[in-house]
Design a binder for this molecule. Structure first.
Ligand code: SF4
Ligand SMILES: [Zn+2]
Length: 358
């Protein structure tokens, strides 16, 4: 695979040092992927402002995130799933969509009401998904109820979102905000935009009648457990107060391959968050005027959010239950001796002694 290089778009953005390290780490990956196959596709159910829907989630295999090519976010390994050469054309993208429809027809009794499309980058970036493909995808799913497309805030504009809303689809733009705190987003995550740009994207989405779903990251590198939890509670509250943002997906960081987080993890400098921290944030923000859900990917494993190993599945089930019901009492039913260790970490872990416990 060729060395990722920054182009003019990325110049002067993000932290140069982070980008340099991330470019070096990503360059070690030489896997490539078939441009006619989606990265992943699966069926699930999801909580939306209109209730719980059967969903079809699609991760399209595109040229990948342009920010990741510059180095990009410290925890994100998605670019490693991109195709060699950096772009996938209309025909191949539509073949991927057909593959997803076939998967749905083979595995579900009826068509999903909710379609979620991610691209390991930005669906609304026309270098990843050309305008022609965006319109064709909107047409393909025009008979469904709801659509979610993921994008960085700078690519969100009303004309693009209108491709979906004009076809009668309730549309949400999913934005990887990660945190409402600019300093944490810039210095720990290495994302280049400010909260104000997220708010601008909310305005653009709202202008077409679309909504915004914010993705937050619990415990980026360099934050101790208690600081990460505080940052998340504050972030959920700021998202709830942002006009147009009706849902927060608060996702605990996991250790992905070819990332700075993975380097830190191997050197004893990073532990993914405790599942108790996830519960704590969900419980503390349950009264906010926003749906808050969390999907602890890799729960119970060393590289994913975890507790002691005994209670992880139980706590994960409570979180899933909370996602659908938004009722914090689900957490009253889970307990384990390891809460004492987590409480100790919450009282004593600091950025310079972390991780205090593995
Ligand atoms: S988290 Fe999003 S913006 Fe950051 S490198 Fe990954 S795909 Fe790109
Ligand atoms: Zn436990």
């Amino acid at each position: 695979m060729s060395q990722p290089t920054p182009d003019t778009y990325e110049d002067g953005r993000g932290m140069d040092a982070h980008n340099e390290v991330m470019r070096e780490i990503r360059a070690r990956n030489d896997d490539t992927y078939d441009p006619t196959e989606p990265t992943r596709v699966w069926l699930d159910e999801d909580n939306t402002p209109d209730g719980v829907y059967q969903s079809l989630t699609i991760i399209l295999n595109t040229g990948g995130c342009r920010w990741a090519r510059a180095g990009g976010c410290t925890m994100c390994g998605y670019v490693a799933e991109s195709v060699e050469g950096g772009s996938v054309g209309h025909e191949n993208l539509m073949t991927q969509i057909q593959h997803c429809l076939d998967h749905e027809a083979d595995n579900a009794d009826e068509k999903a009401g909710l379609i979620k499309i991610y691209t390991s980058g930005s669906f609304l970036d026309e270098r990843e998904i050309p305008a022609e493909t965006r319109a064709a995808i909107a047409e393909t799913f025009a008979d469904r109820d709801r659509m979610v497309v993921e994008s960085l805030p700078d690519f969100v504009d009303r004309e693009k979102v209108a491709d979906f809303t004009d076809r009668g689809l309730e549309t949400d733009v999913a934005i990887g905000l990660e945190t409402a705190t600019d300093r944490v987003r810039h210095d720990a995550v290495n994302k280049y935009f400010d909260f104000a740009e997220f708010e601008d994207a909310c305005v653009e989405a709202q202008a077409t009648g679309a909504g915004v779903k914010a993705y937050l990251l619990l415990k980026p590198p360099f934050l101790a457990e208690p600081d990460a939890v505080e940052d998340m509670k504050r972030s959920v509250r700021r998202c709830a107060a942002a006009d147009g943002c009706h849902t927060v997906s608060m996702n605990p960081c996991n250790v992905q391959r070819h990332t700075m987080v993975e380097e830190l993890y191997h050197d004893g400098g990073y532990r993914p968050p405790w599942l108790w921290s996830v519960c704590d944030v969900l419980e503390a923000t349950a009264d906010e005027d926003v749906i808050v859900v969390s999907d602890p990917v890799g729960h119970g494993s060393d590289r994913g959010p975890h507790n002691c190993g005994e209670c992880d599945d139980l706590v994960q089930r409570a979180i899933k239950d909370f996602n659908l019901r938004q009722d914090p009492s689900v957490f009253e039913e889970v307990d384990c001796e390891c809460t004492a260790t987590w409480e100790y970490v919450m009282e004593n872990e600091t950025a310079y002694n972390q991780p205090l416990v593995n």
